[in-house]
Design a protein around this ligand. Structure first.
Ligand SMILES: [Zn+2]
Length: 155
């Protein structure tokens, strides 16, 4: 089953046509909000409306009274458990891992290509600049990712 592990927080992959359930967001998503305690999702419009009605006070979670903030993972916050587990599962079950447009220096995300290869998957790296993992990859393409991938896209 294909899946996308991403550090993007801006719905890039969803907007490009992938179903949301196939996108694993390691750093969360900035296009909606969530409760810091129970994880309940809130739309930004609702948050803005509540703030306007309460003189600028940020609303509390309607389930657990927790704090609500954009669903991104901020510096100092723990990595999201469910997303990390899902990324791990995808990594361990894939037979081809494409690392696309990543310098592969930001951990823990950088660990996934390594783990996939250790598990027997082929590793392909497509990035404009060299990465530390080029030496161990099965195939390395140093090019603009748009240029490298456009032949595979049907219009
Ligand atoms: Zn809550």
């Amino acid at each position: 089953m294909p899946g996308i592990i991403t550090q993007n927080i801006d719905n890039l992959h969803q907007l490009s046509g992938f179903t949301a359930k196939d996108v694993v967001e390691l750093h969360g998503n900035t296009t909606y909000a969530a409760c810091l305690d129970c994880g309940k999702r809130y739309e930004l419009d609702w948050v803005k409306q509540s703030m306007a009605q309460s003189g600028g006070r940020c609303p509390e979670c309607t389930v657990c009274d927790g704090y609500i903030k954009t669903a991104t993972v901020s510096f100092g916050q723990a990595m999201p458990e469910a997303a990390m587990r899902r990324a791990q599962d995808l990594t361990e079950s894939c037979d081809l891992f494409l690392a696309i447009g990543s310098s592969l220096v930001v951990w823990p995300a950088a660990g996934f290509p390594l783990a996939a290869q250790r598990n027997g998957a082929r590793l392909v790296i497509i990035n404009r600049e060299a990465t530390e993992f080029d030496e161990i990859a099965d195939l390395v393409v140093h090019d603009d990712i748009g240029a490298a991938l456009s032949p595979f896209i049907t219009h």
